[in-house]
Design a protein. Structure first.
Length: 467
């Protein structure tokens, strides 16, 4: 949470009590500090530390930009000045959180010091006029549970949006010829979302592997030692060394091109060059919080970045195929891949061996943990993009090779139809956390459509409202 810094701009209106607005602004500051939220304040802008005057807007704008905030919080501390909030929000182009403290009972003379709720109605309308998307946190007291929940949800939304807008993916090799489903529009991703690709050919990867073996032997050995301690090794020592060299080489290429995720052409040319599958090396990077996905699936890499950002980068995700239906459960499905899943996802000690459909070593094997999951897929075609998302539950099922997990959803036939009819494919990303509300809310800022595969939209909206 320390990296997610938000701008704090409490607002008031002149006809209501300024001292009471100052009081509630200070109480809100204290609560944010108690919750561990990092925020940039405006107490140096004017004596009240409140935003209500157009003359202060430029100074606040400059300060927020200089501090690199990821979102803006507008507490409405008596009513609020809606037009200055809208102007600042429009200039910043960041996620916006609206909230006001619950208004007290009028005194015996019928006097009210604040109309915070009424001000929220006004600001919401003006933000719409300005074309500014915003998040609303229900009108509640500072000590209510929904206040803390709303703040943490907003921080996660800010993280998702910031990651989405600053994504650069290391594309290692072109997509395999047979995978027409993973083609993407590089120019459109850049034009629409500022998502950049850094393509490198396979010879550049193998050349980096030669370099790390010659110049970074200590790093390679550290990876070998990590694997030996945390996995059961079922491949030859020289093959494990190649796995380690591949992991270090991919990380160095990612650093060289300033990438926050990668997509690799994992078969078949790579095996001919280095003699192993890249799955275990992918798993090692995934465990470090650097998503690497298979079959040069750029949209899959974006999906992984989004779900991990929604967890505030605290939980690792896994990249999977929708493969076959459960033999006994009508709403069960197998999520599986050759072996790129992070070690922390496994419910057993993983082993490095051979994959299901290939003869080369270097794939990881383990069943993933059960529990509650979010499954998501960013995808698009014909110029339109959306985010498929929903919940699932890990369940028992037959053993299978690779990294795998049987899951149950509410209605598999409904989900299956969405996957076939598109714009999605057989790939998804899972995470052991319910981040559906965060991703749903983030979509309004990313300019993509949330696509819930179960009819839970009202449940999600209720959660976001604090119900």
């Amino acid at each position: 949470m320390g990296k997610i810094k938000i701008g704090f701009a409490p607002t008031r209106r002149s006809i209501f009590s300024a001292p009471d607005a100052v009081k509630y602004a200070n109480l809100t500051r204290e609560k944010l500090t108690e919750l561990g939220v990092e925020f940039v304040d405006i107490t140096d802008i004017n004596e009240e530390g409140l935003f209500y005057d157009e003359a202060d807007r430029e100074a606040i704008l400059a300060k927020f930009k200089a501090e690199g905030i990821k979102g803006i919080f507008f507490p409405h501390c008596n009513f609020g000045t809606e037009y200055v909030c809208a102007r600042l929000a429009k200039d910043m182009g960041l996620p916006v959180l609206l909230w006001g403290p619950r208004d007290e009972r009028p005194d015996e003379d019928g006097i009210r010091l604040r109309d915070s709720q009424c001000g929220l109605f006004a600001t919401g309308k003006v933000l719409r006029r300005f074309g500014v998307p915003f998040t609303y946190m229900t009108n509640c007291r500072l000590d209510d549970e929904e206040f803390a929940r709303g703040i943490y949800t907003f921080l996660a939304v800010c993280n998702v949006v910031d990651v989405f807008r600053h994504t650069r993916i290391l594309q290692i090799g072109p997509r395999p010829f047979d995978f027409w489903s993973t083609m993407c529009n590089e120019g459109e991703l850049l034009e629409k979302f500022n998502i950049q690709l850094s393509p490198v050919p396979l010879p550049e990867l193998t050349a980096m592997m030669d370099i790390v073996c010659a110049e970074n032997a200590d790093e390679v050995k550290a990876v070998i030692d990590y694997c030996s301690e945390n996995m059961t090794i079922c491949i030859k020592p020289e093959e494990l060394e190649t796995v380690a060299a591949l992991k270090v080489a991919m990380r160095k290429l990612a650093d060289k091109y300033s990438c926050n995720a990668a997509a690799i052409q994992c078969w078949n040319a790579l095996q001919d060059e280095i003699g192993i599958m890249p799955c275990a090396a992918n798993a090692l990077l995934n465990e470090e919080g650097f998503p690497v996905v298979c079959e040069t699936d750029i949209h899959g890499a974006i999906s992984a970045l989004l779900v991990e950002a929604a967890s505030l980068n605290g939980t690792r995700s896994f990249f999977a195929d929708w493969t076959v239906r459960h033999p006994d459960n009508e709403n069960g499905e197998l999520l599986q891949h050759c072996g790129p899943w992070p070690i922390s996802v496994a419910q057993e000690k993983p082993k490095i061996g051979y994959p299901l459909a290939f003869d080369h070593p270097g794939a990881m094997e383990a069943q993933a943990k059960f529990g509650d999951l979010t499954l998501a897929r960013f995808d698009g075609d014909n110029g339109e993009y959306s985010l498929l998302l929903g919940n699932a539950q890990g369940i028992e099922g037959p053993y299978t090779k690779g990294t795998y997990l049987w899951v149950e959803v509410r209605n598999l036939k409904r989900l299956e139809a969405k996957l076939v009819e598109g714009p999605y494919i057989h790939h998804c990303v899972g995470i052991h956390e319910n981040v559906v509300p965060v991703l749903y809310e983030a979509c309004k800022y990313m300019g993509i459509e949330p696509d819930l595969y179960d009819p839970i939209e009202e449940e999600v909206k209720a959660y976001l409202r604090g119900e």
